[in-house]
Design a protein around this ligand. Structure first.
Ligand code: 13P
Length: 332
């Protein structure tokens, strides 16, 4: 058993309290390799932002949980070496069973998500409560994120064909019964790079898809029910069209890509939304740069020569998010 404190990590408790009162959101960036982790830490140290390093079940399978744990320890030391000790959380994204949450807690995660949103309500309550009881009883309190409502889209092993918005009438009961520390809700975001079908969108003069707006009315109703309670938004990549264009220019094909506009995320970050999950945008930035190098320099075969530019681009992307979208810059 490794406690997250031994790794130099923190849980989400204080970070969320400050984020809600300060009107910003903490970035939760998914990672599963060294370059992504380096880019996240470089960006967050430079912009002085707290950060949640987020690992999905798929990432855990891909990279090995012990390696990820030691990468998180390395991230803490790397931030220190770069000259600024930002708060770093290691979080399990979309845990789907008690066992995976327990395993992660034993490996040194400081926060876990138990996603019972696909289950009938009472089963979601029972599973989330069980994980909370276990996580909260640890010597060092581990925070737990639950979910109500279902997001559409696909992310690693998580997929849902149709979304169901969170029902504000359920949130008080869910939070009281389970004792979760934060709640992921569904108000129109979804996982992946094609968040809406073209027929759900309009098009601007250049033919670019414009998505339907997020359901801020549902968010407001939820905030009325549980004032000041930490809310989480999944599926919050903006799917920058510049990256889609670079990928397509250099041989990729990503038709009908559309994300959540940045100004809507900025608005959400000013509310009780205090954690915003971003994965797909990082994938797009990396893929764009790697494709560019491959096409422009066909004789290049040193991975550092294509992963390096990808890492630099990722860092730019994350700094931009912290400064201009989430408002977390300067809050560490
Ligand atoms: P995106 O696919 O929009 O990046 O969402 C990631 C996410 O919500 C991880 O849980």
């Amino acid at each position: 058993m490794t406690s997250y404190k031994e790794l130099g990590l923190v849980n989400t408790k204080d970070l969320f309290k400050k984020a809600i009162s300060g009107g910003y959101a903490i970035p939760a960036y998914n990672f599963n390799n060294m370059e992504q982790m380096q880019a996240i830490i470089q960006a967050c140290v430079e912009t002085k932002s707290p950060v949640i390093l987020q690992v999905s079940a798929g990432a855990r399978k891909y990279a090995n949980q012990n390696i990820l744990k030691n990468m998180a320890r390395g991230a803490v030391e790397y931030a220190h070496e770069l000259g600024y000790d930002i708060p770093i959380v290691l979080h399990l994204d979309h845990g789907d069973s008690f066992e995976i949450c327990k395993d992660c807690i034993e490996t040194g995660f400081s926060s876990v998500m138990i996603d019972g949103s696909h289950l009938p309500y009472d089963e979601n309550v029972a599973l989330t409560k069980k994980v909370c009881e276990h996580a909260h009883a640890q010597k060092d309190y581990v925070t737990v994120e639950g979910e109500l409502g279902v997001l559409a889209g696909v992310e690693d092993d998580v997929s849902a064909e149709h979304s169901h918005y969170t029902q504000p009438s359920e949130v008080i009961d869910f939070v009281n019964k389970t004792k979760v520390d934060s709640l992921a809700i569904s108000i129109g975001t979804s996982h992946g790079r094609a968040k809406f079908k073209p027929e759900q969108c309009t098009r601007d003069a250049n033919g670019i898809l414009i998505p339907p707006p997020l359901r801020f009315d549902i968010l407001e109703e939820i905030e009325k029910q549980i004032p000041g309670f930490p809310i989480v938004l999944h599926g919050s990549s903006s799917v920058p069209i510049e990256y889609v264009h670079i990928i397509e220019k250099f041989g990729g094909k990503l038709s009908d890509s559309v994300g959540i506009p940045e100004e809507q995320l900025r608005k959400a970050a000013k509310s009780a939304v205090c954690k915003i999950n971003i994965d797909s945008d990082g994938r797009l930035a990396m893929t764009a740069m790697i494709r560019k190098v491959f096409m422009e320099k066909p004789d290049e075969f040193d991975p550092r020569k294509y992963l390096g530019p990808a890492r630099d681009e990722l860092k730019k992307l994350y700094s931009h998010k912290n400064m201009n979208v989430l408002g977390s810059a300067g809050q560490a």
